[in-house]
Design a protein around this ligand. Structure first.
Ligand SMILES: Cc1ncc(COP(=O)(O)O)c(C=O)c1O
Length: 414
């Protein structure tokens, strides 16, 4: 048994009381976005009702309160990922924007024709397309670390593919399809030995696995607050000071300058150089509450709970004879994301049957079309767990799949 008091946690999430078609909601779509606790929701209304003002620019009380609340979250994030300086934390819209920032700003300044950008075969489109565009524009080459049959990165190949031609390794901490947790510390070492930098896509990993940028020694880390109890509209980019300082701004306009003339301008210091325009103030402030919530639970306990529930779900789902589950079999090697197909039933039909039972799962390519091709499937169904999910909910999923198999599986086979 993990140390999380799930029954108590569930009371903090108003939406979990919701019924759909008279049935209790079972929310198993956490890899897409997580639900939000009362403290996060209250922080949003608290800002708008109590101290709504634009930040950094005003000297009146509301502006000071809003600025203090917004800037204090930078330090909350710094502590959460164990970064050295709070100016290394940049607020973006989401992980996608953070990756685009690095691909545009760092990429255009550093990638030359013939250089190699190393990715993996399990990247989300967000950590693929920005690099595709950069490679095309700079005449560079994309190189992909393949996946073994067990759904893990082929590290033997990685050692060969990361070479003196490599300029950046961009890799997900945890696959949103396979659940695989990747050895980013080892990849960072390999990249650094060759003089390359590493960007880690933590969109799935950071909400579930205690992450220290200093221990992993990664150069860039990105993640999205909406997948870890926070509101939508806030992404985090962590970057090492010397890299961020050398990078030109991504977007330009108000707030990221020191002096402006008609024909030129100078940029302000970190982190504001990368935060042009009015920031997403309310959502950043509420994001701080999300991190406080996770910190109070303890990320080790979060991870332990997920291993427990994933282990149970893997065992239970495997009782359905004609199911294919993708990714590592060992729950300790993966996060709480389980992609699967039930023979002869289209993933969307599984999604629909689950929806009819008030169970939210996802079906499709999960923004990983190249990986779907490698797996030789059009798509998969995906159940993903978080701190408030229970074994009883896994049982309900199992019953819905059994029903789908009974109704649709046999029809499809006939
Ligand atoms: C692994 C991974 N990377 C990146 C993203 C993109 O996150 P966002 O849509 O918040 O930018 C996702 C979203 O599902 C993801 O799973």
């Amino acid at each position: 048994m993990s140390n999380l008091n799930v029954e108590q946690i569930r009371k903090d999430f108003p939406i979990l009381q919701r019924k759909i078609g008279g049935k209790q909601l079972v929310y198993l779509d956490n890899a897409a976005t997580s639900q939000k606790p009362r403290s996060v929701i209250d922080a949003l209304t608290g800002y708008y009702e109590g101290y709504n003002a634009n930040i950094h620019r005003g000297i009146h009380t509301l502006a000071e309160e809003a600025t203090d609340a917004y800037e204090s979250v930078r330090d909350t994030v710094r502590e959460f990922i164990d970064a050295e300086h709070s100016h290394e934390i940049i607020f973006t819209r989401n992980s996608t924007e953070a990756i685009n920032l690095v691909a545009y700003s760092w990429g255009n300044a550093n990638i030359l024709p013939g250089d190699e950008i190393v990715l993996t075969a399990m990247e989300h489109h967000s950590n693929l397309i920005p690099w595709q565009r950069l490679a095309t524009e700079r005449n560079a080459k994309l190189v992909f670390i393949p996946i073994t049959e067990c759904g893990q990165l082929d590290m033997e190949e990685a050692r060969k593919l990361i070479s003196s031609k490599t300029k950046i390794v961009a890799v997900t901490l945890m696959s949103n399809v396979l659940g695989t947790i990747n050895p980013v510390k080892e990849l960072a070492k390999l990249a650094h030995e060759k003089g390359a930098v590493i960007l880690v896509d933590g969109a799935q990993g950071v909400p579930h696995v205690k992450t220290s940028v200093r221990d992993l020694d990664v150069d860039f880390l990105v993640f999205s607050m909406h997948k870890m109890l926070g509101p939508t509209g806030v992404g985090i980019l962590y970057g090492k000071t010397e890299l961020l300082e050398a990078m030109p701004p991504f977007q330009s306009g108000g707030h990221m300058i020191t002096s402006v003339w008609r024909d030129k301008a100078t940029w302000t210091e970190l982190p504001w150089k990368f935060e042009a325009g009015t920031s997403n103030i309310a959502d950043v402030i509420a994001s701080g509450k999300a991190i406080e919530y996770l910190t109070a639970l303890g990320m080790d306990n979060v991870r332990e709970h997920e291993i427990e529930i994933t282990k149970y779900a893997l065992k239970k789902l495997n009782e359905l004879g004609d199911i294919t589950i993708f990714g590592p079999k060992d729950a300790t090697l993966r996060g709480g994301v389980i992609s699967f197909n039930v023979d002869a039933i289209h993933a969307h039909d599984i999604g629909q049957i689950c929806a009819d039972a008030a169970i939210a799962v996802r079906a499709g390519h999960h923004c990983c079309q190249p990986l779907m091709r490698d797996l030789n499937v059009m798509g998969t169904a995906r159940a993903s767990f978080y701190i408030y999910n229970t074994k009883d909910e896994v049982d309900l999923l199992f019953e819905a799949l059994k029903e789908a198999d009974k109704v649709l599986g046999h029809v499809a086979c006939r």
